[in-house]
Every structure is written in structure tokens, then in C-alpha cells.
Design a protein around this ligand. Structure first.
Ligand code: SAM
Ligand code: DTB
Ligand code: SF4
Length: 337
């Protein structure tokens, strides 16, 4: 096992990002194998529990009230609807259910229902994750008491690039919420987005901030920007796909024991690119036809990809089973409902 470091410096990370591609992938994959079963992938399903009209101005987001993206807004969903979606996700083979709300922070009025959602989803035997924006210490403790397993709160980009992307909040406020989450004993899910016109130096900065947190996030989602019509980033230049793989690989090396999630943007990737990401150390995905407001690969395409690559969803059956059998079970579970 590698030692977990929290003192990474920019030049070291820059050097990793610039390694010849094969050297970088070999190093990342070696680290990956030392810490994880290289053929197991954690599978989460996402649901938007409150959609659109967000007061924040994140330039990438379909849900910001500052841009005209044509998105239909929705109030906070009813508990029954959320539980029904969670049951479907479970029947299809997901082990974690992630609920996202387009809020700057949860309101006093909505918070009790959010707590009920955590309890209800947990009672179904799923891990729970929420992403609700900024939290106070009191709210964080209440979520912990309700049994929340993970809180997703992304740093999104480097400190230096932050105000080019979001002006309605500060980078340090994100760190404050992450500290509350950690202190309350909830597992941390924090990552970022690439392909927003940032420089390689910004990618280094984002990765350094994540790796130098007092404790590495248990889960690190790496999102490739999904370009949304009507947002300021709708026409930003595509990131070289190999540079995306490099970010995954460096996240794996810096945070060897964390799950690295190949997150938004998979629909725009071919299977070969996704396979490279898995080789580079990605071991978690969002599974299901929708992310929050945009589409994700069809469940059937992911089943086929897993089968072709001999990947197995973590936690859905004993890992001792031969891959083909295990993959068939995953397929059966995923197509059951
Ligand atoms: N409102 C809360 C917040 O921002 O913390 C939670 C929901 S927000 C939609 C969760 C994350 O989704 C963002 O931090 C961002 O990383 C990711 N995201 C949003 N829009 C995206 C897009 N168009 N492409 C890629 N990732 C995106
Ligand atoms: C994360 O890092 N990515 C997810 C989840 N955490 C909440 C969200 C991706 C959103 C992609 C754009 C959309 O569907 O609106
Ligand atoms: Fe709101 Fe979150 Fe979208 Fe930013 S990323 S506009 S905070 S929903």
C-alpha cells in the first residue's frame, strides 16, 4: 500500500500530468492494483430532487437561474417519488443513491423532508449521498444523525480559476462545508470539472487542493464538462480526451485509496476512452439513463460495456465468482425492473 500524502506540491503534480502517456498510465494502474480490485466498479445512481432556478451563477450549469437554458424547474420532490426512484435504482444493481438539489444551501423549510429522504433511502438498504450546496454545522450534524453516508460537494476547479466560473460564492466557503461534513463523520465526495477552458495549471491546482485536504475524500468525481446551451460555457473548446485520462490517472496516484469516479460526460465518450479511464484508475460511475438534468449512457450500454471489459459492479455479488457469471448476475439485476 502506498503512504497517503497530504503535502503535494504543484511541480510534482505538473510532472506527473506531463509524463509520457504510457508511463503515467502504468504508474496509475500499478497504484490502483495495490489498493483496489482492478475489475470492480462502484455503481451509483443520481436523482435531481429539486431542479433549476438556482441562485448561484456557475457558468457550466443548466440549473443556474442566471442563464436561459430552457430547463423546466421542479420543486422539491415528494418523499414517495424519491423512494420509488431509489427502489428502481436498487433493483437495477446500484448500491448508492445520490440526491442532488439546485440550492445555494438548504432552507429551514425544506430541510425536514431532506432528512426523511435520507432515512427512507437508507431503510431500503442503499448507501445514501446528498449534494445540497453549502451546509451549516447544525445541518451537517442533523444529516449525520439521519444516517447520511456521503456528502458531495465539489471544489470544481482551481482556486485561481474559481471566479472565472462562479462569482456568487468563494472557494473557501466550499472548504468550510467540507470541513463540517468531515467533522460530522459523513464520508466526503469531492472532485471537479475539467474541460471548462481551464489551463493545465488549473487542473494541477484542483488536484492539489483535493489531495492536500486533511483527509482524502473517499470519493473523487471527475466530471468532463457537459456543454449546456444557454450557459456561458456552451461553446468552450473540447478538452483533448487524453488529457481527461491524464487527470483521472493523476487523481488515482495522488489519492490512492479513494474511489475516483468517471462522472459526467461519459455519454460524449466512446467505450475505448472509458476503458482507458478504468485502466487509469477510475473505479466508480453514475449508472442510469440520467445524471441530474442531462443524459447518461443507457443502462443497457453500460451492462454491455461491463460484460465486454469483464468489469463487475462492486457489492452486487461475491467477487469470487468468475467475471462472466458475475456480469450476468449484474445484467439480471439491472434488467429486473
Ligand atoms: N447545487 C449543489 C452544488 O453545486 O454544490 C449540488 C448540485 S451540483 C449540480 C453538483 C455538481 O455537478 C457540481 O459541483 C458540478 O461539479 C457538477 N456539474 C453541474 N453541471 C455540470 C455540467 N454541465 N457538466 C459537468 N458537471 C457538472
Ligand atoms: C458530480 O460530481 N457530478 C454529478 C453529481 N456529482 C451530483 C452531477 C453531474 C451533473 C451533470 C449535468 C446535469 O445532468 O445537469
Ligand atoms: Fe446551483 Fe449547483 Fe448548478 Fe451551481 S452547480 S448553479 S450551485 S445547482
Amino acid at each position: 500500500m502506498s503512504v497517503l500524502r497530504h503535502d503535494w506540491q504543484n511541480p510534482e503534480i505538473e510532472a506527473l500530468l506531463q509524463l509520457p502517456f504510457n508511463d503515467l498510465l502504468f504508474q496509475a494502474h500499478s497504484v490502483h492494483r495495490r489498493h483496489f480490485d482492478p475489475n470492480a466498479v462502484q455503481v451509483s445512481t443520481l436523482l435531481s430532487i429539486k431542479t433549476g432556478a438556482c441562485p448561484e451563477d456557475c457558468k457550466y450549469c443548466s440549473q443556474s437561474g442566471h442563464y436561459n437554458t430552457g430547463l423546466e424547474k421542479e420543486k422539491l420532490l415528494q418523499l414517495e417519488k424519491v423512494l420509488a426512484e431509489a427502489e428502481t435504482a436498487k433493483a437495477r444493481g446500484a448500491t448508492r443513491f445520490c440526491m442532488g438539489a439546485a440550492w445555494k444551501h438548504p432552507s429551514r423549510k425544506d430541510f425536514p423532508l431532506v432528512l426523511e429522504m435520507v432515512k427512507g433511502v437508507r431503510a431500503l438498504g442503499l448507501e445514501t449521498c446528498m449534494t445540497l450546496g453549502q451546509l451549516t454545522e447544525e445541518q451537517t450534524s442533523a444529516l449525520a444523525e439521519a444516517g447520511l453516508d456521503y456528502y458531495n460537494h465539489n471544489l470544481d476547479t482551481s482556486r485561481e480559476y474559481y471566479d472565472k466560473i462562479i462569482t456568487t460564492r468563494h472557494f473557501d466557503e466550499r472548504l468550510d462545508t467540507l470541513a463540517h461534513v468531515r467533522a460530522a463523520g459523513i464520508k466526503v465526495c469531492s472532485g471537479g470539472i475539467v474541460g471548462m477552458g481551464e489551463s493545465a495549471r488549473d487542473r494541477v491546482g484542483l488536484l492539489r487542493e483535493l489531495a492536500n485536504l486533511p483527509q482524502h475524500p473517499e470519493s473523487v468525481p471527475i466530471n468532463n464538462l457537459v456543454k449546456i446551451k444557454g450557459t456561458p460555457l456552451e461553446n468552450v473548446e473540447d478538452l483533448d480526451p487524453f488529457d481527461f485520462v491524464r487527470v483521472i490517472a493523476v487523481a488515482r496516484i495522488l489519492m490512492p485509496a479513494s474511489y475516483v469516479r468517471l462522472s459526467a460526460g461519459r455519454e460524449q465518450m466512446n467505450e475505448q476512452l472509458q476503458a482507458l479511464c478504468f485502466f487509469a484508475g477510475a473505479n466508480s460511475i453514475f449508472y442510469g439513463d440520467r445524471l441530474l438534468t442531462t443524459s447518461n449512457p443507457l443502462a443497457s450500454s453500460d451492462q454491455a460495456l461491463f460484460a465486454r471489459l469483464g468489469l463487475v459492479p462492486e457489492g452486487s455479488q461475491p467477487s469470487a465468482l468468475p467475471h462472466q457469471g458475475a456480469t450476468r448476475q449484474f445484467h439480471d439485476a439491472m434488467t429486473a425492473s
